[in-house]
Structures are given as structure tokens and as C-alpha cells.
Design a binder for this molecule. Structure first.
Ligand code: NDP
Ligand code: 8X3
Length: 252
């Protein structure tokens, strides 16, 4: 029987590339994101190209009641999730702490931390029942260090780092693998979202250097998922060659 991967934030960037990779490996997919048109187009492409099954869930991971409802009402066969990729996330704004917008802070904390928790609570419960599964948490270099004006985004990714460790301890008795994938700069919609649609400012982030692409991270996810049963990759930090730390980069 085909394995199942559930990917949050599947309509763009790392989540979309991961969906393609898992589909190419023959996984059936549960895809969660808010933009229904993108979800529809992506599901159609994956089904046509890879002859897999896709369950689309148009939902906001911040909506606790709805996330519980849409997951708990899935048909039983879709609850046999082998891999959960907690990827939905965002940065909003890049301001010093005294200038930050509290709505941006709420959006980041609610999505990157609470949304991840709401999905994990339900899906890890299914994994505990089956005594198997693998949870991949998408953290960041921002979860390993703090950079100027990164304050709240960095705090959310440090929380993901802590949760990744906590999940591994709690789920150890049940044989469930837990891995953090921590990327540096990946050119996706991330910077466009961070700068609220300002595409010029977003482009400048990657000026004069070669950033990672979403597929680089999807490849890393597939690497950790495809290790033998006795091997767990706890944590992976992946940077463009042109990036040494969160802020030190080499531009041509
Ligand atoms: P994108 O903006 O390209 O993709 C983000 C995805 O998350 C989209 O599919 C979006 O879909 C979804 N999403 C956002 N908010 C919600 C929500 N409330 N509910 C459901 N889905 C949501 O960015 P990336 O692919 O780069 O980001 C993916 C993850 O990688 C994030 O956690 C990010 O923090 C992390 N990361 C990114 C790095 C980078 O440089 N790009 C570096 C390090 C980590 P929709 O809008 O349809 O809901
Ligand atoms: C995204 C990478 O360096 O912009 O998590 O924080 S960074």
C-alpha cells in the first residue's frame, strides 16, 4: 500500500517542492494550505503526473477548531500518515523590537508555533497508535541564531527548535522519528511575504548571490525520510554556499 505524507504550506516554495518529491516517490499526499486555486492546480498536476492520490485540505493552520475538524473527519485510511512535514510558516516585517507591528507578531507566533502544534497534536496521536511515523519540522537558521530586527521571527523558529527536541523525547517510546530541517536563504515567496508584497525589496535579499532553491530543501527532506529504520537525522542546517551565518553573506 502507498505511504502517506501530510505537508502543510504545500502551495508554494519548500512545501510545493516537497509535495512533488514525495509524489515522485509514490506517496499519496494530504496537502494543507489556504489558497484554494493553487491547491486545486497542484493536486491536479500531481495526480496526472504521478498517478497518486491527493487529499486537499483548504485550511489555515492557525484555526485550531477547524484544523481539528478537518483532520479528525478524514476517512480512516487517510489517517495512516507516515510522514508529517510541518512546513507552513512565514515571516512578517523586519523591524527593531520597539517598532514592530504586534499584528505581524501574532501572525508569526500563531502560524509558526501554534499552527505547527495544532497539526502535530492530531497527527502524532495517529502515529502513536500505529507506533510509527516521521515528523519533519521546518525550522531555520533563525532558530539557531538571532539577527538584527529578526526578534519575533527568530523567537518562533527557536521555539520550533525546542519543540523538535521535545517531540523527539516524548515520541521516543513510540518509535516515531523527529527531524528538524533548518534552511538558510531559500528563494521562494518567503521574502515577498515578509515584505508584504514588495517584490523589489524581496529580490534585493538575494542580489549578487546564489540562494538555495526549494528543491534543495525537498531533497534534504527526502534524504532524512529515506534513511534506514534505525537511523534518525535529528537536525540539519543547510545554507547556500554564499551564506556563513544569518547575516554574513558573500555577494558578487
Ligand atoms: P513560501 O511563502 O513560499 O511558502 C509558505 C507556505 O506556507 C505557502 O504554501 C503558504 O500557503 C503556507 N502558509 C502560510 N501561512 C499559512 C497558514 N496560516 N495556514 C496554512 N498554510 C500557510 O515560503 P517557504 O517555502 O520559504 O517557507 C516554508 C517554511 O520554510 C516556513 O516555515 C519558513 O519559515 C521556512 N524557512 C524558509 C526560508 C527561506 O529563506 N525561504 C529559510 C528558513 C526557513 P497559503 O498562502 O496558500 O496558505
Ligand atoms: C528564513 C531565513 O535568514 O531570513 O528563515 O531568517 S532568514
Amino acid at each position: 500500500m502507498a505511504k502517506i505524507a501530510l505537508i502543510t504550506g504545500a502551495t508554494s516554495g519548500i512545501g510545493a517542492a516537497s509535495a512533488n518529491t514525495f509524489a515522485a516517490e509514490g506517496y499519496n499526499l494530504i496537502l494543507i494550505a489556504r489558497r484554494e486555486n493553487l491547491l486545486d492546480a497542484q493536486a491536479q498536476q500531481l495526480v496526472e503526473q504521478h498517478s497518486i492520490k491527493v487529499k486537499k485540505i483548504q485550511a489555515d493552520v492557525r484555526d485550531k477548531e477547524n484544523i481539528n475538524y478537518v483532520l479528525e473527519t478524514l476517512p480512516a485510511e487517510w489517517k495512516n500518515v507516515d510522514v508529517l512535514v510541518n512546513n507552513a510558516g512565514l515571516s512578517q516585517g523586519l523591524d527593531p523590537i520597539d517598532k514592530g507591528d504586534t499584528e505581524d507578531w501574532d501572525r508569526m507566533i500563531d502560524t509558526n508555533v501554534k499552527g505547527l502544534l495544532y497539526v502535530t497534536k492530531v497527527v502524532s496521536g495517529w502515529m502513536v497508535e500505529r507506533k510509527k511515523g516521521h515528523i519533519i519540522n521546518i525550522g531555520s537558521i533563525a532558530g539557531k541564531e538571532v539577527y538584527p530586527a529578526g526578534n519575533v521571527y527568530c523567537a518562533t523558529k527557536h521555539a520550533v527548535d525546542a519543540l523538535n527536541k521535545g517531540m523527539r523525547i516524548d515520541l521516543l517510546p513510540h518509535g516515531i522519528k523527529v527531524t528538524a530541517i533548518n534552511p538558510g536563504m531559500v528563494e521562494t515567496e518567503f521574502s515577498i511575504v515578509r515584505f508584504k508584497g514588495d517584490e523589489n525589496r524581496a529580490k534585493k535579499v538575494y542580489d549578487g548571490l546564489e540562494p538555495l532553491i526549494a528543491q534543495d530543501i525537498a531533497d534534504a527532506i527526502w534524504y532524512v525520510v529515506s534513511r534506514p529504520a534505525h537511523v534518525n537525522i535529528n537536525d540539519m542546517l543547510i545554507m547556500p554556499t554564499a551564506q556563513a551565518t544569518g547575516t554574513i553573506v558573500k555577494r558578487n
